[in-house]
Design a protein around this ligand. Structure first.
Ligand code: BG6
Length: 491
């Protein structure tokens, strides 16, 4: 199945931080792929801006070699690359000084008042304010200006509020696109399609039928290359406060009246606000350590960050409760970690046992279970109870009704669009549904802050776990205490 491409009108997109890692790995490859798909028309202007003193031809040369590595020739050939590079220019610019701003004004002069202008802040949050101020003082904005800001959106509630205030003094909320790239993932959006596009699940989607829900985002990578940032963040700030929180919201929210930015974000916000504070004994923090015989700095968190006393967690598991009519009494177990056994993001909705077994206890009981695989092997499996085949009485067994999106969507598989492709084009189209609103981000920090403050007050130290394992043993206890078990972490 080939996805439908709806071209947009020519637009201007300025990437601040154009020589950085994110621009090189995600933003420019995403634009290039959308160009090759025929979505970005001629006349569009993509302007890279950063401190490095490149000329446009230097930058194009660098970009050309980056894109050749990032995007396969089957998707974009050399002719397409040459045409794409013609859309791209570069301006050396200082976000905190005046260097380059007049040149940027010239570069995007002549744009009509209704031409879409996207300013992508692919820079650290300390530069958001200076960039926003200069965009205004140099008169670079119009009614169709949008700014895109990357995570981390703050470090805690106070800093997120400051950032929101700074941005709000120059832009309307409707112009601010806060990215959480998890919301751009095909299968994450499928969560909403599965829940609200089918009659089958929604009547059962509550504490009367759901025993508990597990959300796992397991990674095999460590933190090498991002040591400073990670040491200050840890898994709570890096993953739980944003990506897992967003998954939790999509799984738990009430059906919005329509698929419209504020309707969806209002419902997500209600979920975050209904979250109970988490008890300290419902949280397990871990830090990866080398498995027996393993060598290499990246196997050992403390060596990677060169801090033998580090108390930053590279793993966190917790039990959350949502105090509302739908979910009271159904725990949500969330876990995420680095250097785990496999890369696997999965949501498991575990239904309750049937209230009575007409076959007798000896036939065995199997509760239904819906597994939503977000990555890799995107798809859905529903476990259903049937009779064990063969003679010998009525014994029950579990069988999976399995749907792999890649198989179901035909020989070409799912549209391989990356989250950034979808999100950037949503910015250009002016659709904020998949972006976080300021109050949502603040509410998420409001839930996270007391947890982190508690660790600091108690001098909490994460438990070591072996690289390549499923995480610290205490995380298993978290569920065992409730007579439950984590589902496996499998690729
Ligand atoms: C980022 C985190 O936001 O998400 C990283 O900062 C993490 O630490 C990454 O590795 C995971 O994203 P994905 O798309 O690979 O699941």
């Amino acid at each position: 199945m080939v996805s439908r491409v709806i071209p947009v009108e020519p637009f201007d997109l300025v990437v601040f931080g154009a020589t950085g890692d994110l621009a090189q790995r995600k933003i420019l490859p995403a634009l290039f792929r959308r160009f090759c798909a025929g979505q970005i028309p001629a006349g569009t202007r993509i302007i890279g801006a950063a401190r490095s003193g490149f000329s446009t031809s230097d930058y194009r040369e660098k970009l050309s070699s980056d894109l050749k590595q990032q995007v396969s020739e089957q998707i974009c050939d050399v002719d397409a690359l040459a045409k794409f590079l013609q859309l791209v220019t570069y301006v050396p610019l200082d976000a905190t000084g005046e260097m380059g701003w007049s040149a940027l004004c010239e570069r995007i002069s002549g744009a009509g008042a209704d031409r879409v202008q996207v300013f992508y802040f692919s820079v650290g949050p300390t530069l958001f304010g200076p960039l926003a101020e200069r965009l205004h003082s140099y008169g670079l904005t119009n009614a169709e200006t949008r700014i895109v800001v990357e995570k981390p959106f703050g470090h805690d509630l106070a800093s997120a509020r400051d950032l929101n205030r700074t941005l709000a003094s120059h832009f309307e909320e409707g112009q601010i696109y806060r990215i959480d790239h998890y919301l751009g993932k095909e299968t994450v959006q499928n969560l909403m399609a599965v829940r609200f596009g089918n009659m089958l699940f929604e009547p059962l989607w509550n504490s009367q039928y759901v025993d508990h829900i597990q959300i796992t985002v397991a990674e095999t990578v460590g933190v090498m290359g991002r040591e400073d940032y990670y040491e200050r963040s840890g898994a709570m700030r890096d993953m739980m406060q944003n990506h897992l929180m967003q998954l939790l919201c999509l799984i738990a929210m009430e059906p919005p009246a329509k698929f419209d930015p504020d309707a969806v974000r209002d419902e997500k916000l209600k979920v975050i606000r209904a979250l109970d504070p988490v008890e300290p004994y419902h949280i397990v923090r871990g830090q990866y350590a080398p498995a027996t015989g393993a060598i290499g700095r990246d196997q050992n968190y403390r060596e990677t960050v060169e801090n033998q006393r580090s108390s930053t967690e590279s793993y966190i598991a917790l039990k959350a409760h949502i105090s509302n009519w739908r979910w009271a009494g159904t725990p949500f177990y969330l876990r995420t970690g680095k250097r785990l056994k496999a890369r696997s993001s999965v949501i498991n909705v575990m239904f309750k046992d049937a209230p009575h077994s007409i076959f007798g206890e000896e036939a065995g009981r199997h509760a239904n279970h819906l597994k939503i695989r977000l990555q890799p092997n995107e798809g859905i499996t529903l476990s259903v109870t049937i009779k064990e085949p063969g003679p010998g009485g009525m014994r029950l067994m579990d069988v999976p009704l399995d749907m792999s999106f890649a198989e179901a969507l035909g020989p070409k598989g799912i549209d391989p669009a990356d989250a950034y492709e979808r999100l950037i084009m949503d910015v250009v189209r002016g659709n904020q549904t998949l972006f976080m609103r300021g109050d949502e981000v603040e509410a998420a920090w409001g839930w996270t802050d007391p947890i982190i403050a508690g660790w600091q007050a108690r001098g909490d130290v994460p438990k070591p776990y072996e690289s390549g394992s499923t995480g610290p043993g205490d995380a298993d206890l978290l569920l065992r205490r409730d007579q439950r078990e984590w589902r496996g972490i499998n690729p």
